[in-house]
Every structure is written in C-alpha cells, then in structure tokens.
Design a protein around this ligand. Structure first.
Ligand code: PNS
Length: 169
C-alpha cells in the first residue's frame, strides 16, 4: 500500500490543489490530504470545513481522504505510515520556500521524501489567497475552485456568486 500525504492550508481548496490531488491519486494507492490547522494564519474556514470541502470535491476519486492535522508534518507523516509528502510547484517563485521546507523536513526525519508535482499550467496563477480576495469583493471565482468551494465562499461572504457575462459582451 503506497500512501502519500499532501499537506497544506487548503483555505480553501482550489482547482490547482485538485489537479495535484488527481495526479497523486493516479500514482499512489492512498492520498491523505492533510489540512493544517494553522491558527496563526487566521484561516477563513475552520479545519473541519476545509476537510469537508476536500471530501466533497474528491469523492469521485475513491482513494483520497482529508484529515486535519496539528504539530510537525514529519510526525504526522510517520503516524500515517506514508512513504512521501507531495507539494505542488506552480512557478519558480514557489521553489525557494518549498526547497527549504523539503530539506528541513528531511533533516527532521530522513525517511520523509518530498515529491514536487506541477499542476496544469492554466492554474499557475491560482492561489487560495487571491480566490478569497476575489470572492470577498464579489468577483466570480467559478473558474478557480470546485463547485462546492464556490458555494461555501458565497455563503461565507453572504452573497450569491456573481453571474458571468455572456461571451461576446
Ligand atoms: O498551504 P501552505 O500554507 O503552504 O502549507 C504549509 C504547510 C502546512 C505544509 C507547512 O506550514 C507545514 O508543514 N506545517 C506543519 C508544521 C511543520 O512541520 N513545520 C515545519 C516545516 S519545515
């Protein structure tokens, strides 16, 4: 059984995250999406809400689960009996931080391998932070997040998602 942990804040899940999850689900028997509690980041969604959004968006995959985690990632990975950690790399600008984190995790536990996966190029500009800002200001986020996440954002900000103008207008 090859298990991989995909950790992150997922506040909220975007189509870029989902693309990475789908790729990981094809390579591994089991993908655990590990939702960091990250209290210091003052997340918009609670860990339970973020997990539920991941579950709702990945139901069709069959080998993906979502769990909230706290504490050191390497401890969590060991507890899951996982072989590796997946992180998405959107652009070169992500690399420096991700490289530092991967090497630090290796230093903390040399058995924890980090695998970088690139989402589809059309998602390289996507981030949860931008999606939240657009949704908060009443913009249309339907191209950027799974349907259930779009609904949850609209509910959080007390608005219906903005209607997209017909093509050609
Ligand atoms: O989606 P994010 O915010 O980039 O995810 C960052 C995350 C949660 C993967 C990272 O902050 C993390 O691993 N946190 C757990 C605490 C930990 O192990 N810190 C040391 C990392 S070297």
């Amino acid at each position: 059984m090859r298990t991989v942990v995909y950790p992150g804040s997922f506040d909220p899940l975007t189509n870029g995250h989902l693309d990475v999850i789908e790729r990981a689900a094809r390579l591994f028997d089991r993908v655990i999406v590990a939702v960091a509690q990250n209290a210091e980041k003052a997340p918009l969604f609670t860990p339970e809400e973020r997990c539920a959004l991941v579950v709702g968006a990945t139901r069709q995959l069959g080998n993906v689960e979502a769990r909230a985690f706290d504490g050191l990632l390497v401890d969590y990975v060991r507890g899951c009996d996982a072989q590796a950690v997946i992180r998405g790399l959107r652009a070169v600008s992500d690399f420096e931080f991700e490289f530092q984190m991967a090497l630090m995790n290796r230093k903390l536990d040399e058995r924890v391998e980090t695998i970088f996966m690139m989402p589809k190029d059309t998602y390289t500009f996507l981030s949860s932070r931008l999606v939240k800002e657009i949704a908060r200001l009443g913009g249309d986020v339907r191209d950027f997040v799974p349907k259930n996440v779009g609904k949850a954002l609209a509910k959080k900000f007390g608005a219906e998602p903005v209607r997209r103008p017909a093509k050609g207008n």
